[in-house]
Structures are given as C-alpha cells and as structure tokens.
Ligand binder design. Structure first.
Ligand code: NAD
Length: 247
C-alpha cells in the first residue's frame, strides 16, 4: 500500500462532476490537489474551499488543457507551488453528440482535441516530474462508450477508445519505472453531462443498467483512490465502474 500523505495530484476539469469528486476524495486522503478548470473559477474555488474546510490542501489553476502551452503552464504552476508531481488524472472531457452524418468537422475536431489531445498535452508536460516519484500514477477517465460504442457518439467513442490505446502503450513503456498508467471507464454517472440527456432517454438507459441506477461521481473517485493507493502492480488496465452495463 502506498502512503498518500503529501503526494501531489493534478485533476483536469476538477471544478465539477466526476473531477470535483476525485479532487475531494484524494484531498481527504492527504494528497495536495491542483484543481484545473477551464472557465468556471467560482466553481473551482468552491471545491478548493470545501477541501480546505475539511483540512485538506488544494489550489485552483486555470488552463484549457486542449492547448499544449496552457497544459505546460499548469504543470509548471504545480511544481512551483508544491515542488513535485506524483499523480495526473486526465478527467477533462466534452461531448458533441450527433449521429455521424450530422457530425461537422468542427464537432469531430473539438471532441478529439479536448478529450484525447489534451491527454497528450498534460502527460507530455508532466511525465518527467511524475517519473521522479516512487509511486507515479497516470489515470485517464475514458468511458464505457470507448469500449462499446455509443449511438450518436462516433467522435466521443473515438477519443475515449484512443485514451485506452494510449494507456496500454504508455503503460508498457513505463512499467519498469514504477509509474503505472491506467484508464477508468465509467458507465453512466449522474453529473451535468448525463443530466443533459433528455429525460425519456435517461429512463431508457437506467432500465438497461443491471444495477438499475446511474453511478455517483464518488464511485469513480474511489476507483482513482484505489489505483493511487493499492495499484502498484496494476498497469495498462481499464477499470470498469458501470453497474454491470458492459462486461
Ligand atoms: P462534466 O461536464 O460535469 O465535467 C467535465 C469537466 O471538464 C468540466 O469541469 C469542464 O469544464 C472540464 N473541461 C472541459 N473542457 C476542458 C478543457 N479544455 N480544459 C480544462 N477543463 C475542461 O462531466 P463529467 O460527467 O464530470 O465527466 C468527467 C469525465 O468523465 C469526462 O472526461 C467524461 O467524458 C467522463 N465520463 C463521464 C461519464 C458520465 O456518465 N458522466 C461517463 C463516462 C465518462
């Protein structure tokens, strides 16, 4: 088991939803957390306040991680502030759901840029620092859609499947160094992303989930915590947290 106290983590897109839950869970276990956000500074500062009120340590850092230069600044700020980086959680993501014939070039490029190219941006900026850790962790929040596909989600599925291929390849390259690289594949989790789905379709989705409910953001956060704390010999894997929807 890895001692988590005073380790340092970046959580991209950490101001709400799954990212906020991950940030709070890691902070509750003694990890100093950098909450990256793109535009909503109030929400990010709110997460920082909640962490500090609970006795944890965090700060909010603005960066659009789909931009390589901004991702580098995010990592630099982290090192300036905390002097080290042990854990990178690639959580930032967007959807632009449309059936394939309606997906514009812009819808395609934006989803690939934010969900997949951001992972290159943050990981390449962070890697040299993470490798100095004796328990480096790179954890990317992929999706069940990257494994099973999704109607109206060809762009998102391609990006999320790309994250899985990236994870396996980098895991191979880093395995000897002690840094593990894994993907978490959530099913349908009750956040603004899923709340945006029309009610009727939400009900149809729940009916197909063997557990008969959406997951909670904290259930994904606990998966991240597990990989950080107990995942020394787990690398290149997809951790499915989906209520049995995809096996
Ligand atoms: P969300 O929309 O609530 O949160 C996504 C976060 O990413 C937001 O805070 C957003 O501001 C941030 N973000 C978007 N673009 C960014 C950028 N360029 N730079 C920095 N931050 C950016 O969604 P969520 O449900 O919490 O999703 C979190 C992750 O989990 C996403 O990658 C999503 O694809 C994935 N996921 C979600 C579900 C689900 O059911 N909710 C299922 C599978 C995977």
């Amino acid at each position: 088991m890895v001692k988590l106290d005073n380790r340092v983590a970046i959580v991209t897109g950490g101001s709400r939803g799954i990212g906020a839950a991950i940030a709070k869970t890691l902070a509750a276990h003694g990890i100093k957390v950098v909450i990256n956000y793109n535009s909503n500074s109030d929400a990010a500062n709110q997460v920082v306040s909640e962490i500090e009120e609970a006795g944890g340590t965090a700060f909010a850092s603005q960066a659009d991680v789909s931009d390589a230069a901004q991702a580098r600044v995010l990592v630099e700020e982290t090192i300036n502030r905390y002097g080290q980086l042990d854990i990178l959680v690639n959580n930032a993501g967007i959807t632009r759901d449309r059936t394939f014939r309606k997906i514009s070039e812009e819808d395609w490029n934006q989803v690939i840029q934010v969900n997949l190219n951001s992972v290159y941006n943050t990981t390449s900026a962070a890697l040299a620092h993470i490798q100095q850790s004796d328990a480096g962790r790179i954890i990317s929040i992929s999706s069940i859609i990257g494994q099973a596909g999704g109607f109206g989600q060809a762009n998102y599925a391609a990006a999320k499947a790309g994250m899985i291929g990236f994870t396996k390849s980098l895991a191979l390259e880093l395995a000897k160094s002690g840094t593990t690289v894994n993907a978490i594949c959530p099913g349908f989790i009750d956040t603004e992303m899923v709340q945006a789905i029309p009610d009727e379709i939400r009900q149809q989705i729940v009916a197909k989930i063997p557990a008969r409910r959406f997951g909670a953001p904290e259930e994904i956060a606990r998966g991240v915590l597990f990989l950080c704390q107990d995942g020394e010999y787990i690398t290149g894997q997809q951790l499915n947290i989906n209520g049995g929807l995809y096996m």
